[in-house]
Design a protein around this ligand. Structure first.
Ligand code: ZN
Length: 427
């Protein structure tokens, strides 16, 4: 098969791909509100000839599995969609094309130049919450296959198109796909990391710290204990731990040159009831990174040590210990680079070949300071997971946007990768 013909097929369908992406970004699929976007995906997949599997995640099914993260809220609205494209010949290697449908909250709307769920194209960019992270990746996955079909070809192995929920807070959507039995010889996840292959990703722990105080009228503040102000030395203790964990000798080899790969973020805080009452409670939520290979239990122990040590120096907290609750991410780090299996090397070679043909340069690598769903496939299903997607800006920020020429190149590389990895058969 002439590779250039495949690239042209992507070009020919690129208008349709952009229409699909615009429509997808219009669905405000924040946590708990993914249903309309998943409906749209399921409808499209059905129309394009996929077998569609759409199911609500049952926490009881996955709670005992490795990689499970404790759940925030209920899963009444947590629905996964998988489209299967079966091969007749099954001569090639099978593939999971994975992407997450959930997007993070927008933050204050007045800080956006345009409404986040009214996608707009401005030159080479498309703006909107989720345009980059990672609805463009869902589009490139789908249209890489469509480009092959446009040429009356299809993968010569089964391909599973996954649109999962929960990537941004637990990863339980991807885990539920494993639990449901979806397996393949490799996985591609087009998260927006600027056309580089993610060689390693950090793990992430979420936890919540709950502090008590002693409420009094502010007129007698000295006789009370301010739960909000008591949090401040705990922040400092946690940031001290963060500095220690980033020290050279603690780093995974892929992060040796990275002075601050593990970020601790105080992401949310609530507390108190009344301006003239000394606050009786304070709750704050924290995210902390861990290196691949580092044990989550060890990190939890160090987190608790840091908090309880700091609390023991506080007159009220010393007698009223803070409570540490783990909810959301319990994600281990994952290094694709450390996977020396022949499957991983073969997948890398195929992707490098595809990327080099499209971009004209060899594939570059990046050890990222965030997590992705790749860990489930890599760590718990013995399946190499390639994270490789378009260039985007301001993901999780205001005015998120994705580079459309980059989306085109990723779609082209993905189509070539599928042709190489799965092989092709006539429709
Ligand atoms: Zn993402």
């Amino acid at each position: 098969m002439d590779k250039t013909v495949i690239l042209h097929a992507v070009d020919e369908l690129f208008g349709r791909e952009l229409d699909f992406l615009v429509e997808l970004v219009r669905h405000p699929s924040t946590r708990g509100r993914e249903q309309s976007a998943q409906d749209f995906i399921a409808r499209e997949l059905g129309g394009l000839g996929y077998e569609v599997d759409r199911w609500q995640i049952d926490v009881a099914d996955i709670a005992g599995l490795p990689g499970f993260s404790p759940v925030i809220g209920d899963y009444d609205d947590a629905v996964n969609v998988v489209g299967t494209l079966r091969s007749r010949s099954k001569r090639g290697r099978s593939l999971i094309l994975n992407g997450h449908i959930d997007v993070v909250p927008t933050g204050p709307l007045e800080m956006w130049e345009r409404a986040p769920f009214h996608p707009h194209i401005d030159g080479d960019w498309m703006g909107g919450r989720g345009a980059g992270d990672m609805k463009a990746g869902l589009a490139s996955n789908l249209f890489a296959i469509e480009a092959l079909k446009h040429l009356d070809l299809r993968p010569a192995a089964d391909v599973f198109f996954q649109s999962v929920v929960e990537e941004e807070c637990t990863g339980n959507g991807a885990l539920a796909c494993l639990q449901r039995g979806y397996r393949a010889d490799a996985v591609l996840i087009p998260e927006p990391f600027a056309e580089k292959l993610v060689s390693s990703q950090v793990g992430v722990i979420w936890f919540q710290v709950r502090l008590k105080g002693l409420p009094t009228h502010v007129a007698y503040a000295a006789s009370g204990a301010n739960a909000i102000e008591a949090a401040i030395p705990l922040f400092e203790a946690l940031h001290f731990l963060e500095r220690r964990m980033n020290a050279q000798e603690c780093r995974h080899h892929d992060y040796a040159g990275h002075s601050h790969a593990l970020n601790l973020n105080i992401g949310k805080i609530e507390g108190g009831d009344w301006a003239s009452s000394v606050p009786a409670w304070c709750v704050f939520d924290v995210r902390m990174g861990v290196f691949p290979g580092q044990s989550l239990d060890d990190m939890r122990r160090m987190i608790e040590e840091a908090i309880f040590d700091a609390a023991s120096n506080h007159p009220f907290l010393a007698r009223n210990r803070p409570e540490v609750v783990y909810n959301g991410f319990a994600a281990e780090g994952y290094s694709f680079k450390d996977d020396q299996s022949s499957a991983a090397r073969a997948a890398l070679t195929a992707l490098d070949r595809a990327h080099s043909f499209v971009v004209g340069k060899p594939l570059e690598y990046d050890a990222i300071t965030a997590t992705t769903d790749a860990r489930f496939f890599g760590l718990y299903a013995d399946t190499p997971a390639l994270v490789y997607g378009p260039r985007a800006e301001a993901i999780h920020g205001f005015n998120e946007r994705v580079d459309l020429e980059s989306v085109r190149r990723i779609t082209q590389s993905t189509a070539l990768f599928i042709a190489d990895w799965c092989g092709l058969e006539e429709v």
